[in-house]
Design a protein. Structure first.
Length: 204
């Protein structure tokens, strides 16, 4: 499986990092080895001094597809989850300034946190109206709603499938809202989707 991540999909977040609002979806990949396995502790990587959390809604692909028309995108996924796209911001800035790829900053082991469960999308009145948030040490640091996505889930699926075949089990990280920030060893992160806690992570 592959992990597709959308960047700059919330305008307030694009602004906070000094980026322009994109005119078409921006995506990058994480390898499957980036997924932090269940019950494995998360260790702060030695190669960064500025590790950032990014809470994001996840979409799990359930059907093989390419060149998907936007009006059919909804038939290619049935579940929504929650994740953290960990980013070594110092390394990413260095890559960006040199025009280099982001994998070193985004694809390292443990950089893809996936919540304890996925929900059927029918649970939500609209997939473009889902609340999610992240607490750091008990204090809310990020709060988003999928209605603020620049590119909807259907648009993302259609767009990415023009370039890459989507396969069953692929996961899309749909972008983070404003409020990203650094974490330190000893911090605790908790992620919520419509009030349900799906992520609880101690940084070691
Ligand atoms: Mg992200």
């Amino acid at each position: 499986m592959k992990i597709i991540c959308i960047g700059r999909n919330y305008s307030e977040h694009a602004k906070e990092l000094g980026n322009e609002t994109p005119k078409e979806p921006l995506y990058f990949l994480k390898p499957d080895s980036a997924i932090l396995a269940k019950k494995v502790p998360f260790y702060y990587p030695a190669f960064t001094k500025d590790l950032h959390y990014e809470i994001e809604l996840l979409v799990k692909i359930n059907k093989l597809g390419k060149h998907i028309e936007e009006r059919f995108s909804h038939t290619y996924y049935s579940q929504i989850g929650l994740g953290i796209d960990f980013t070594a911001r110092d390394i990413q800035q260095e890559c960006k300034s040199k025009g280099l790829p982001w994998e070193k900053a985004k694809g390292f082991d443990g950089s893809a946190i996936i919540g304890t469960q996925f929900f059927d999308k029918e649970k939500f009145e609209s997939v473009q109206d889902i609340n999610f948030s992240l607490n750091k040490n008990g204090k809310e640091v990020q709060k988003g709603n999928s209605k603020d996505m620049i590119f909807t889930i259907d648009k993302i699926i259609s767009y990415v499938s023009q370039f890459m075949t989507l396969k069953i089990g692929d996961i899309i990280y749909t972008g983070t809202p404003a409020g990203v920030g650094p974490i330190s060893i000893g911090d605790k992160l908790e992620g919520f989707l419509e009030g349900e806690k799906l992520i609880s992570l101690n940084i070691k």
